[in-house]
Structures are given as structure tokens and as C-alpha cells.
Design a protein around this ligand. Structure first.
Ligand SMILES: *Cc1c(COP(=O)(O)O)cnc(C)c1O
Length: 430
């Protein structure tokens, strides 16, 4: 497999782009080598500029749940394009997408569309503060909630991969109201509530996806909500990754817990830039123009993005691929575990529906600290061998792999064959 054109573009990209990427998760810092440049994608397959074809388990970090270039989505976006790209005024499709979203999440009466997951969460946090009149927010170590200042502490994959403790450029004042707790550890949350009486909310990825996949144990989420409410705080579910992916109603539907405020992104736009935050009426009425919490956006509710979101979610609801995801997901999980066993490699796999990933550790991973026991050098070897055998993975031990409904039997076969070669390479290298 040759990467000559990617290499050339990478060198060229370094001149006017930072590290030749527009998001650091796309850099190959933790696996070595240089990023691949992509030419095109269709269905379950992605093709780089050198013409190498891969089964895509990155899926734009989640949004492409139907696979790439689904016919209906493409048709809807093209149709919208012909009517104009942006008006700075309301359109009917915003109402349509809002209804789909509110129907999917029973805890949402109203929703506000924004342009990214980051925007959704920073607005959701502002809303929690506006509604409760309190300032502090509890977040969990290893959870990522976008790159806003206040939550850019102990924030998972991108930072873990780059080994940064937080981020430069974030003033102390910006994080002074952020409290860190440990995932799956209710006592660590209780300790904060005992110490502070001005906690507005607890924000969580209901299933962790940015420290690798980490699943809430027992009734963690339910207990968390109860604890928050007892202390006059709200539960904010950051479902940017899990929304419409774990189930149509997100991880909340699977886990049977309704959050007070829900933040969405990724799948909701099907690859177009859409984010959203929503809650019951009593909370959403605090948002301008109904209430005093200001939040705005020139391109929010963009007509092409709305058309992309509506068609993606409509098709997703029709396909209802969640049982199929469970089936394919467990097949891949077994492939990973059995192959690791065959080559005598310590491996722990976490999976929640169509999100999964292997950790190169024998430790069962239920929080960020345990995730960090993974051998990232082994992952780097594994990653490159998977690439060379035609499977496109996120270039980090701490990112989830995603499944799309476009996966075919031959893709699973390709994943199995590549996994065997990659595990063998890991065994030979250490
Ligand atoms: C991706 C992600 C975000 C940030 O979304 P962007 O669209 O990248 O700004 C926030 N929260 C979670 C849980 C995510 O996975």
C-alpha cells in the first residue's frame, strides 16, 4: 500500500494549515506517521488520494451512521441547495427537524439548533446556569464536551492522545467553576455536592466515547440524576456522540433515564454541521427570545444542514438498524477478543451498540484512569497494520470505532482478516 500522494499533500498542507489538519484528532501524533488525505467515500467504504480503499470505522467520528452518500440524503441536500443556502430567517424544515428530535427525546419539548456539538454543549451549560441561577458545573474525568474553555479540563481523547493536562490559553478564571468527578463513582460527585451549594448541573456523556468507550455501571446515571435533583441541580446529557446512535432516542432511551437538558450533534446532521440543545418547556423558556439567556447563530438552522438532518433521521428511523448494530457489533467484539487470545495479547473490549473499541490492557475499563492503563504503543502498531489491510480506524487508542448501517458481510470479513494480521504484528513486535 502506497501513501505517496497523502504524503505530498501533508507536506503541502503544513504551510498554511496547522499540522495540515483542521482538528487535532485527525493528526497521527499518537500512532506515528502522517495523516491520510481522503478523496471520496461511498457506503461503508472510504478512499484516500492514493486510491487505497478502506472499510470506514471512523465515519467522520460518528455522523455517517447510514454510511457515506446515502441516496436519499444526497437528494434532499441537492434539492435544498436549489432554493438558496442561507436566509437569516426561519424555514419550514427547522420545524420539521425540531419535531423529529423532540419526538425522539421525551425530555425535550423545545430545541434550539446550532452548528456543532461544541456550541450545543456550551449553550446547554449556559442554560443550566440560567435556569438554576447557580454557577458550578460537575464534569467527569475523560469526558469530552467540545473545546469550550470551561470544560476543557480532564477532557479525554484529543488531550489524552497529546498528553496535555488541559489546554494552554484557558485562563484559570474560566475553569474555576468546573468540578471534576470520576466516571462510575457516585461518591466523587457526592463529595462536591457536600462541599458546594452553588452547583448548577452535572454534565456527562451517558456512555463515554472520548476516552474510548466507557459504559455506565449499574444505575450510575439514575443515581446521578437523583443526586443532582436532591441538590437543586440539573442533569445535562451530552449525547453529541450517542444521540440517534445508541438508539433513536439516544443512550437515554437505552438506559431509561431522562436528562433535564440534552445536547446533540454528529448524527443529527448526518454529516452536515448541525448541533442542538433542548429541554422541557420550563427550562427552554429561559432562552432568548422567550427568556433572558442569550444564544444566537448566523448560520444556525442552515437550510442545507436541516435537509441533511431530516433525511438522515427519517431514513434512520425507517431502517431501525439498532438490532443489526448489536449483531455486527458483537461479531466484531468477538473477533477482537478471540484474535487477541490467539496471539496471547492482553485486550479488553468495551462496546455499547454501534460504538466499540479495544483497549490494549487486561484491566476492565470503567473510567479514564483504567483506560489509561492501555499500551498505546501496541495500539499504534495495530492501527497501522489495520490501515495496511484496508480498515480505517481513528488514529488514537482513546477514540471509539463506529458502525454504519451500510456495512456488508464482506466488510466484516475484511475487518476479521485485518485484525488477525494486526494482532500477529503486535505479538511479533513486543
Ligand atoms: C464530538 C463531541 C463533542 C463536540 O462536537 P463538535 O461537533 O466536534 O464540536 C461534544 N461532546 C461529545 C460527547 C462529543 O463526542
Amino acid at each position: 500500500m502506497k501513501f505517496k500522494k497523502s504524503q505530498k499533500l501533508y507536506n503541502k498542507g503544513l504551510v498554511n494549515l496547522v499540522g495540515a489538519v483542521n482538528s487535532p484528532v485527525r493528526a497521527f501524533s499518537s500512532v506515528g506517521g502522517n495523516p491520510l488525505f481522503i478523496k471520496k467515500a461511498k457506503g461503508s467504504t472510504i478512499t484516500d488520494v492514493d486510491g487505497n480503499e478502506y472499510v470506514d470505522l471512523v465515519l467522520s467520528y460518528g455522523p455517517m451512521i447510514l454510511g457515506h452518500r446515502h441516496k436519499k440524503v444526497e437528494k434532499a441536500a441537492k434539492k435544498a441547495l436549489k432554493n438558496g443556502y442561507s436566509f437569516g430567517a426561519s424555514t419550514e424544515n427547522e420545524i420539521k427537524l425540531a419535531k423529529i428530535v423532540c419526538d425522539a427525546f421525551p425530555g425535550m419539548d423545545k430545541v434550539r439548533f446550532v452548528n456543532s456539538g461544541t456550541e450545543a454543549v456550551l449553550s446547554g451549560i449556559r442554560l443550566a446556569r440560567a435556569f438554576t441561577g447557580k454557577d458550578k458545573i460537575i464534569k467527569f474525568s475523560g469526558c469530552y464536551h467540545g473545546h469550550q474553555d470551561a470544560l476543557l479540563v480532564a477532557a479525554g481523547s484529543g488531550l489524552a492522545t497529546l498528553s496535555l493536562p488541559g489546554s494552554k490559553g484557558v485562563p484559570e478564571g474560566a475553569v474555576k467553576n468546573t468540578l471534576i468527578a470520576e466516571y462510575n463513582n457516585l461518591e466523587s460527585v457526592k463529595a462536591h455536592f457536600e462541599k458546594f451549594d452553588d452547583i448548577a448541573g452535572v454534565i456527562i456523556e451517558p456512555v463515554g466515547g472520548n476516552m474510548g468507550v466507557v459504559i455506565p455501571q449499574n444505575d450510575f446515571l439514575k443515581d446521578l440524576k437523583e443526586l443532582a435533583h436532591k441538590n437543586g441541580a440539573v442533569l445535562i446529557a451530552d449525547e453529541v456522540m450517542t444521540g440517534f446512535r445508541s438508539k433513536f432516542g439516544g443512550a437515554q432511551e437505552v438506559l431509561g433515564v431522562e436528562a433535564d437538558i440534552t445536547c446533540l450533534g454528529k448524527v443529527i446532521g448526518g454529516g452536515f454541521p448541525v448541533g442542538a440543545y433542548g429541554a422541557r418547556n420550563e427550562i427552554m423558556e429561559n432562552v432568548a427570545p422567550l427568556g433572558g439567556m442569550y444564544q444566537a447563530g448566523t448560520l444556525s438552522g442552515n437550510p442545507i444542514a436541516m435537509a441533511g438532518g431530516i433525511s438522515t433521521l427519517t431514513e434512520l428511523k425507517k431502517q431501525n438498524p439498532y438490532d443489526k448494530f448489536e449483531e455486527i457489533g458483537s461479531i466484531i467484539e468477538v473477533i477482537l477478543l478471540e484474535t487477541a487470545k490467539k496471539y496471547n495479547i492482553d485486550l479488553s473490549v468495551n462496546r455499547f451498540g454501534s460504538m466499540l473499541n479495544p483497549f490494549f490492557t487486561k484491566t476492565k475499563v470503567t473510567n479514564f484512569e483504567e483506560a489509561q492503563t492501555s499500551d498505546t504503543e501496541k495500539f499504534a502498531v495495530f492501527f497501522w497494520e489495520m490501515i495496511k489491510n484496508g480498515v480505517f480506524l481513528p488514529p488514537s487508542q482513546f477514540e471509539a470505532w463506529f458502525l454504519s448501517s451500510a456495512l456488508k458481510d464482506k466488510d466484516i470479513k475484511k475487518i476479521a482478516d485485518a485484525t488477525d494480521k494486526a494482532m500477529q504484528k503486535v505479538a511479533d513486535s513486543f
